[in-house]
Design a protein. Structure first.
Lengths: 188, 582
């Protein structure tokens, strides 16, 4: 069975680092793995999505509508944008954080209200204000590792494997804080 | 066992080039091809790689290396091949000495491009063979195959990729670099000097070679038949092959590794063994039209679009009529790409917007000046076109017509092809104003060096072209340099220069904010002093948010401390609280 994971967020939020960790996990687990991500112009503050697929044999590198086992969303609006990619009973992990897109900033559109409640009507939703939690740990940039810690509860790798891959992937000076952030999410 | 790694398609192409024994590579950055050169540089002990000012130069450099007898390559995005099409069409006549491969990346779905053209059409027009891999592992292997076939059949080859392949990662097994001896250089003007008498004969020769290749394609291992249930047969290639495998696991598939020329006999044989034949190819019906011209019944663009990317869901729906169960997408505001917080382009566009100016735009991050709230850029065609299109406008409507117009172009784009257009302005008595938004890098593709940055792709120090003096050397009398964030001076200079009846170049020199690692200044907004006038919000900085009561908040995780908002606030509601190093 192929496992389908998506990481969605806003350009600059560190989706690429997160996908590198997921790719490393799949490789460690002896799976075939494919990842797909957006580069270039869309990276500039735009909506970004990264796909990770692993299993015995993976053909296409993208996760399509109705296929995702887990969606990791670094921002609420992006969670709402991509939620329909989830399969029935898929898990939606949402960083309870808001970044206004330009149409909202200039008043041409409204940021939807009660996004989390809307999502809960149709999906299994797990939320955290990871950005605030990360600040408590002393580094707001490790918020994505907290979200990943929650996602880990819905994936089948043991914690030691996660730690091993995190150690291999993040800059050496930041290993401790990243592991601490992951643990925070893992315990939530 | 060979080492296995997760590799980006583009990294795998670079690895393939290394393993194939490539000695020279030249390229101009362009999404989605840029990472090939960025990965190639790790092998610089064994090969030479460079950024060229444009794709034509890159391809010509690769041709020169091939003539001298080494394996050589050039990399570009699809529209880059247009720039390089002049050498392409003629090197097709010449053939190669050392193997020659052009890697060309198409962009179905237009993730980062101005059009959705199909490189296979150009390759067919030029008579150049094309290989198309389906994943990272194949990308690496096909590079090696391309060089072998290039030398065997005396043809330059194109390795065609698409955004999805270039920017996907998959498992790749690493092999050793092949030790490929240099080919002997022998003077051969009948092959290498393309004047009419010789070119006429070469045209006959390449026709012969292409026919031989077409024949050989029937038995090439990269053209692969996967016989399964024969009710449905699919001819496909590249990334759509993966979608087909996902959507129709039981179907029979002819997977083409070489998409030009096509293996006619193999296709005929496959078609005769299946009940219903489909052709699944993104973009143009290149395979389909040829197959149908041979009298073979097949279904293709009748049920598939020529726009955008394909997917397994889409193929399943088109062929089997099956939908995937999922909820309808939510109606949500879009999140289009925007200029980064602290981007110097925002400041320039703010001033142009205030002056109610129009801009002929160009290719780069600054194309984003077209959209609200900046809304300055009126046109964007291709690399270098801002300057020449402003010139054409003046020649059509007269010099007064363009008094509230400028051309805007980045430093890298100016050196790519903008410089030719500036020569034309000076030569033909134009009076327009060109703004070179110089952020000292090729920003949009991810910060590559160019001929004016003082660094090479291989990380060596080098001469940095002095852009102001270059403009003066062309004959531009009015060359003014301004800091992009000095909005008062910028406004004054724009007014002065556009009023002149001579060509002017205004260079706004401020480095790309993403490259500036120095300590940022910190600004805060005082809600009690804020008069809710909205001035600071006008440039559309993503780090600024309006509170419920209309006052302003600065997001300190996004703010880079450029100070543009402070310079726009008349009520001192935005204050510098901590000086930085900028």
């Amino acid at each position: 069975m192929t496992k389908n994971i998506m990481i969605v967020g806003v350009g600059g939020q560190g989706t690429l680092l997160t996908s590198r960790i997921l790719g490393g996990l799949a490789l460690e687990g002896g799976y075939d793995v494919k990842l797909s991500e957006v580069h270039g112009m869309a990276q500039r503050g735009g909506s970004v999505v990264t796909f990770v697929r692993y299993g015995d044999k993976v053909a296409e590198p993208i996760v399509e509508e109705g296929w995702a086992d887990v969606i990791i969303a670094f921002e609420r609006l992006e969670a709402l944008r991509y939620a329909h990619y989830l399969k029935k009973n898929g898990a939606l992990i949402v960083n309870d954080w808001r970044i206004d897109p330009m149409p909202v900033v200039i008043g041409a559109a409204k940021y939807p209200e009660n996004i989390l409640d809307t999502l809960r009507e149709n999906y299994k939703v797990y939320t955290v204000n990871a950005t605030e939690e990360a600040k408590k740990l002393g580094n707001s940039r490790v918020f994505n590792m907290i979200v990943l810690g929650i996602a880990a509860q819905h994936m089948d790798f043991d914690k030691e494997t996660w730690y091993a891959v995190i150690e291999k992937t993040v800059p050496p000076k930041t290993i401790d804080i990243n592991k601490k952030a992951f643990e925070t999410g893992y315990q939530l | 066992m060979a080492e296995k790694m997760i590799m980006l398609g583009n990294a795998a192409i670079a690895r393939g080039a290394y393993e194939a024994g490539v000695k020279v590579s030249s390229a101009y950055p362009g999404t989605p091809s840029t990472e090939i050169s960025e990965n190639l540089v790790q092998y610089k002990e064994d090969l030479y790689c460079e950024w060229a000012p444009n794709e034509k130069v890159a391809v010509e450099a690769a041709i020169g290396a091939s003539i001298s007898g080494v394996r050589a390559m050039a990399c570009m995005k699809h529209v880059g091949l247009n720039v390089a099409s002049d050498p392409l069409y003629t090197v097709s006549y010449m053939g190669v000495n050392g193997g020659l491969v052009l890697v060309v990346a198409d962009d179905p779905g237009l993730y980062s491009s101005q059009n959705e053209q199909d490189t296979r059409m150009i390759a067919r027009a030029a008579g150049v063979p094309v290989l198309e891999p389906s994943d990272s592992a194949e990308a690496k292997e096909f590079m090696k195959t391309a060089f072998e076939l290039s030398e065997k059949f005396d043809r330059p080859f194109i390795l065609r990729t698409t955004t999805r392949l270039a920017h996907s990662q998959g498992l790749v097994e690493l092999n050793e670099r092949e030790q490929v001896p240099d080919k002997l250089y022998e003077k051969n003007i009948a092959k290498n000097v393309m004047m009419p008498g010789y070119a006429k004969l070469r045209h006959i020769e390449i026709e012969k070679r292409n026919n031989e290749l077409s024949e050989a394609a029937n038995t090439l291992s990269i053209n692969k038949v996967e016989m399964n249930d024969t009710k449905i047969g699919v001819i496909t290639s590249g990334i759509p092959y993966e979608y087909v495998k996902e959507a129709l696991p039981d179907a029979s598939v002819l997977k083409l590794g070489m998409v030009n020329p096509l293996p006619k006999e193999l296709i005929k044989d496959f078609a005769s063994k299946v009940e219903k034949l489909y052709i699944v190819e993104e973009l143009e019906p290149v395979i389909e039209e040829q197959v149908k011209s041979w009298g073979i019944m097949a279904v293709g663009k009748e049920i598939f679009t020529i726009q955008g990317e394909y997917s397994a869901n889409m193929i399943r729906k088109a062929i089997l009529g099956e939908d995937v169960a999922c909820n309808a997408p939510a109606q949500v505001p879009g999140r289009p790409p925007i200029l980064c917080p602290g981007c110097p382009h925002r400041s320039v566009y703010h001033v142009l917007n205030k002056l109610k100016f129009h801009a002929a735009g160009d290719i780069g991050c600054y194309t984003l000046g077209a959209v609200a709230p900046l809304s300055v850029v009126d046109s964007c065609i291709c690399m270098g076109s801002s300057i020449s299109s402003l010139h054409g406008m003046e020649k059509a409507k007269g010099k007064d017509y363009i008094k509230n117009w400028v051309a805007v172009i980045g430093d890298s784009t100016f050196l790519h092809t903008g410089i030719n257009s500036l020569m034309n302005m000076v030569y033909n008595h134009a009076t327009g104003t060109v703004m070179i938004l110089d952020n000292s890098t090729t920003a949009m593709t991810g910060h590559q060096d160019h001929a004016a940055t003082g660094k090479t792709l291989q990380g060596e120090d080098t001469n940095a072209i002095d852009i102001p003096n270059l403009c003066r050397a062309i004959g531009v009398k009015n060359v003014v340099e301004v800091n992009a964030f000095d909005i008062e001076r910028l406004e004054k200079v724009i007014k002065e220069e556009t009023a002149k009846d001579e060509v002017s170049v205004i260079i706004t020199k401020s480095p790309c904010v993403l490259l500036d690692k120095s300590k940022k200044p910190v600004y805060i907004a005082h809600e009690d002093k804020c008069k809710k006038c909205g001035m600071c919000m006008k440039p559309g900085c993503p780090a600024m948010t309006k509170n419920e009561d209309g006052t302003i908040r600065i997001d300190d995780t996004m703010c880079t401390g450029c100070g543009l908002c402070e310079s726009l606030c008349k009520f001192n509601a935005i204050e510098l609280v901590k000086a930085g190093d900028r």
